[in-house]
Design a protein around this ligand. Structure first.
Ligand code: GLA
Length: 721
């Protein structure tokens, strides 16, 4: 498990636990990809040129190197490769071409930092290859970084550009990762959707041409997610090749997938280029965000487990609590109608049901009585909190609970003190009327004065108050993305600088309030990405808390991201939770991730309160460890049948939590749910019933009866005896 250089053959070999990635430098100038796949004893075959007409070449290489036909590592615009390119730079002479020549390399333990951006933490096995490239005409230096995370079979890529020329350059496109596959016999999995129905699963065969997913919304968005995968056609979840890709960034992105004349498939992951340019003065550098990929020859399921382990081990922040708090959130129960008395009732009922924390959602600050006012005025509304936050939070905590609070730092309502004082602090394009969404405007987070204001106001309002948890929201997308503080030639940087400001504020929060946890939210799961996961322990999965929709949203979210981040609440949006079966079904669905509650618990019957108490205790005692740290195995895909089934298991398969969820009503019938990875040499006991099963029996499956209701579910906990 390491990175090696074979100087005789000019081959770099990057190895993780189960995979190998090989690059050869050909003609002493051009890096080409030789291989990405399972680690075997076979030597890697060397570069073998392909020859087709209509593909340009240089005089010295002739047809032995046509950029248009090779498996590339990173491609300059207009460099003779007609497929999609990685780097486009407006040069001093007016052209945008980039031709990169290999100059040298460095292999080192650990990794380099990426200034201002989130990136994966190194561990003792992490190593990095730096390929040093130069455009000999413009003197643009491009450092290409390959970092291996061996235990999780993940390789990351990004580039650092330095302008060593004598004049300005403008970066017009800068991708982070390129991988060329030698076939297109793959299906592409991508996650699409909209607000309140994000990350829907789509698996379609690749076709000739481009098939991209992207965001131009200034956030990774509900509409597409940066995670994509290519998987072998016709294969089930546990078989065949599956290669996953993702991006450690929360703004505009572009996942480019293109099938070319040879039937090769090019995948590129990087910054969205539509609203991006970046001016590099002489001597200045620009570093792209990090992109990651993982290769599995045991199907999509293993690909997901690789990404889950990688995210848990290298992306997610350290836990600030020993166990994850079960929260009671006020939003769906109260909306903006909150005050001290209402909150105190929530605290009492939460404490009585063993719930760990009350999260006071929107409505506590400024003139925030509905969604048309107050954003930006981050101090408590004294009509609602007479003596201020400190004594109020103290009283809340005297019930024996923790306390969380909602914020939306990046936004401002036109009807706010902040906007009246500083209209120039919004993103805006000169002379254009501002556009609102949810009655709000977007702050120019690339403006250091805005960041300083936010730090000062949050410091003033929260320091010493004892907040244990911030729910950080972001409820609109960015348009008219211009910054009043940037000169005309830098306006294309506003969206990227916005993200740098957001990340800086996240880092400030984590330093200022080190004992507080952050739950991320963007109208639900609108920034469900690895960038946000670097700073937020959990992400509010969706504003849609209907259990049937959640079955699907949660299934597809798990393709790329671990359960530990997937905030799942038991809600009562249609007022049926008094039915025991409804409460149980919603809880069983919510057990896909860390569980919370979001309904009017104070007004609920004693029976409901008692049930909640039992559910919370079960969550902590029986399930939490498996959900947060266990491995995830899918059984039934709810996009392909009427059920969802999956299990979480610990590493030695000694504890297995199996979930079966029926979606729509159907005639009663017996369904067998196989636990294919149960330890065949072990005997298990069903903790609830005491019934024993051999591992072989579990592999065959346990039986469950379908019902003519839409609330049929079952959870089993099996432990080795
Ligand atoms: C967004 C969030 C909700 C809630 C509201 C408050 O829609 O997703 O959970 O916090 O904002 O305005």
């Amino acid at each position: 498990m390491s990175i090696r250089f074979d100087s005789e053959r000019n081959i770099f070999m990057l190895e993780t636990q189960k995979t190998r990635y090989a690059i050869q430098i050909v003609f002493d100038k051009f890096p080409v990809n030789l291989y990405y796949g399972p680690k075997t004893d076979e030597p890697v075959a060397e570069y073998d040129p392909s020859v087709y007409s209509f593909s340009p070449y240089y005089a010295d290489t002739r047809l032995n190197y046509c950029p248009d036909l090779v498996r590339a590592e990173y491609v300059g615009f207009d460099s003779g490769d007609f497929r999609t390119s990685s780097l486009k730079v407006r040069n001093a002479n007016g052209d945008s071409m980039v031709v990169l020549h290999y100059k040298g390399y460095r292999i080192f333990d650990g990794r380099e930092e990426i200034p201002g951006l989130p990136y994966a933490d190194a561990d003792e096995d992490t190593q990095t290859l730096e390929l040093q490239m130069l455009d000999p005409v413009t003197n643009l230096e491009v450092m290409m970084y390959y970092t291996i995370f061996p235990k999780e079979d993940v390789i990351s890529r990004y580039v650092k550009l330095t302008n060593n020329s004598t004049s300005k350059l403008v970066i017009e496109k800068c991708m982070s990762l390129l991988h060329d596959f030698t076939s297109h016999n793959y299906d592409m999995i991508s996650l699409y959707g909209q607000h309140a129905m994000e990350r829907k699963y789509q698996r379609v065969p690749l076709h000739y041409g481009q098939q991209n997913v992207f965001s131009r919304r200034g956030a990774s968005s509900h509409h597409y997610n940066p995670f994509i995968a290519l998987c072998e056609q016709g294969k089930g979840p546990d078989e065949g090749i599956a290669v996953g890709f993702n991006f450690v960034y929360s703004g505009n992105f572009l996942d480019e997938v293109e099938v070319d004349q040879q039937g090769y498939t090019r995948v590129q992951i990087g910054l969205g280029q539509d609203n991006f340019s970046y001016l590099l003065d002489k001597g200045e550098s620009f570093t792209s965000p990090e992109a990651v990929m993982t290769y599995s020859y045991e199907g999509i399921s293993q690909m997901s487990r690789n990404f889950h382990a990688f995210t848990r081990n290298h992306i997610l922040p350290e836990e600030v609590f020993e166990t994850r708090p079960v929260v009671l959130n006020t939003w769906e129960a109260c909306y903006f109608n909150i005050n001290e008395d209402v909150l105190e009732k929530f605290a009492e009922s939460a404490a009585a049901s063993g719930i760990d924390m009350v999260v006071m959602d929107d409505g506590w600050f400024g003139e925030r009585n509905n969604d048309t006012a107050g954003l930006g005025d981050w101090y408590e509304n004294r009509n609602k909190f007479k003596n201020g936050l400190t004594p109020f939070v103290k009283r809340m905590k005297s019930h024996g609970i923790k306390f969380g609070i909602w914020i939306e730092p990046e936004m401002v309502n036109p009807n706010s003190e902040l906007f009246r004082a500083h209209p120039e602090w919004c993103l805006q394009c000169k002379g254009r009327e501002l556009m609102q969404s949810r009655s709000q405007l977007v702050l120019d987070m690339g403006n250091p004065k805005v960041i300083q204001y936010l730090k000062d106001v949050f410091d003033m309002t929260f320091s010493g108050v004892g907040i244990d948890y911030f729910k950080w929201d972001m409820n609109r997308h960015l348009c008219h993305v211009g910054s009043p503080i940037l000169p005309p030639e830098r306006q294309g940087e506003a969206g990227f600088r916005y993200m740098l400001g957001v990340y800086e504020l996240f880092r400030w929060f984590k330093k200022k309030f080190p004992k507080a946890m952050i739950e991320n939210c963007s109208g639900g799961g609108g920034r469900y990405d690895l960038g946000m996961m670097k700073y937020s322990t959990m992400i509010w999965t969706s504003d849609n808390t209907d259990p049937h929709d959640r079955i699907k949203i949660q299934y597809s979210s798990m393709l790329g991201y671990p359960a530990a981040t997937m905030s799942c609440h038991v809600a009562n949006h249609d007022n049926i939770i008094e039915t025991p079966q409804a409460l149980k079904y919603r809880y069983d669905v919510a057990l896909g991730g860390p569980v919370g509650y979001e309904f009017h618990l104070p007004n609920a019957s004693d029976k409901v309160k008692e049930t909640v108490k039992k559910q919370v205790a079960d969550y902590h005692e029986k399930y939490e460890d498996l959900i947060l740290r266990g491995d995830y195995y899918t059984v039934f895909n709810p996009y392909e049948c009427n059920y969802s089934a999956h299990y979480y298991a610990n590493g030695d398969m000694s504890r297995i939590m199996l979930t079966f969820l029926q979606d729509n009503p159907e005639e009663p019938a017996i369904v067998t749910v196989p636990v294919a990875r149960a330890d065949v040499d072990a005997v298990y006991v069903d903790v609830e019933t005491g019934v024993k099963y051999t591992g072989a029996q579990l592999r065959e499956g346990v039986k469950v009866l379908t019902e003519n209701t839409d609330m049929n579910s079952k959870i089993w906990l099996f432990e080795k005896v």
